[in-house]
Design a protein around this ligand. Structure first.
Ligand SMILES: Cc1cc2nc3c(=O)[nH]c(=O)nc-3n(C[C@H](O)[C@H](O)[C@H](O)COP(=O)(O)O)c2cc1C
Length: 311
């Protein structure tokens, strides 16, 4: 069993990565994506995206962090992959799943799923550029508009020399709408020999077991489920189904609030705090009550006072 914390741009930043991985259960984490167009970024850009590189590429609790790159230019992707690895990234992940229109217009992310050859070129260039013992992984969706190229895309990633493949079991057209198609992951798994990491809508221990049964792989990536249930990976590993109560979450929220407030990375600490409370509403009724109190708040001092009184 391998449990991976998903890349989530604008959500799973260094603070959330630190707090969630500190709850245990994760094998590694993938960073938010770095968009590569045609140039090699200086180290400072990598450190801003992934401050863990300044601490041997690990979160505070020692979980390795893998930098994710997004782009379609093989040479530029390879050059930035080499730099990420030199700076201490635990391998390199390549994003072929991002649905963003801006990113897709520039031929990066999910739009590349229309042309398996383009996946091959990028993965191959990265594979050849980084040392042989460095993990090169790819993350994709089932397809752009439909799943007709799903097996070709998976095979292209494998043929190009990737070490493993993560698949979010939806097409780009589907966005994040239900249903998630874990059964398609089973097809992909039978088609490739490299490990497949299943992703999409695993939000409970029961979901994990259902997904494993349908997709036929014990390895999964947890995204929003881990934001809603920060103890999810640990619970899956321990086989426990009773999730910790709200009183187990509030110390994490308090620490998150202190960190985003103190961090120069965040121009909008209030927005970040509300974002996490909003996710937690889906798992804790107490978060719903807190949300009603804080949703309209815009000022740090006022939110601070509200949190102090109500957490
Ligand atoms: C806010 C947000 C940001 C995301 N950013 C990224 C990203 O930077 N790179 C990536 O490969 N996937 C990204 N994703 C997709 C997730 O990694 C994951 O594939 C998706 O949320 C499905 O998994 P889940 O149901 O466990 O959340 C993002 C998803 C969300 C909700």
């Amino acid at each position: 069993m391998r449990l991976v914390l998903a890349p989530m741009e604008g959500l799973a930043d260094v603070h959330l990565r630190r707090l969630i991985t500190a709850q245990g259960g994760f094998d590694w984490v993938v960073s938010e994506f770095l968009r590569v167009v045609d140039r090699l970024y200086p180290a400072s850009v990598f450190y801003k995206l992934c401050p863990e590189l300044l601490q041997q590429g690990r979160t505070e609790s020692g979980v390795p962090v893998r930098v994710q790159l997004l782009g379609s230019d093989p040479e530029a992707m390879a050059a930035n992959a080499v730099r990420a690895v030199e700076l201490g990234s635990y391998g390199v992940d390549i994003n072929f799943g991002c649905p963003s229109r801006t990113v897709n217009r520039r031929q990066g992310g999910a739009v590349m799923l229309k042309e398996p050859e383009s996946l091959y070129r990028v993965v191959r260039a990265v594979r050849e550029a980084v040392p042989g013992d460095v993990v090169v992984s790819a993350k994709m969706r089932l397809g752009y508009e439909d799943t007709s190229l799903m097996l070709d895309n998976a095979a292209a990633v494998e043929a190009a020399g990737a070490t493993e493949l993560t698949v979010h079991a939806r097409t780009r057209l589907q966005g994040y709408a239900p249903p998630v198609h874990w059964e398609a992951l089973g097809e992909i798994r039978r088609h490739i020999k490299i490990p497949l990491i299943a992703n999409g809508d695993i939000c409970s221990v029961a979901d994990y077991h259902r997904c494993v049964q349908i997709a036929g792989t014990p390895d999964v990536m947890l995204g929003r489920g881990a934001v809603r249930w920060p103890f999810l990976a640990q619970q899956i590993r321990a086989g426990e189904t009773a999730m910790p109560s709200w009183s187990g979450i509030t110390p994490l929220l308090q620490r998150f609030w202190q960190e985003v407030n103190a961090s120069h990375l965040h121009k909008d600490p209030v927005g970040r705090m509300k974002q996490w409370i909003n996710y937690l509403r889906q798992s804790y009724p107490e978060a719903e009550a807190l949300w009603c109190l804080v949703r309209a708040e815009k000022k740090v001092e006022r939110l601070d006072a509200l949190l102090l009184r109500n957490m």
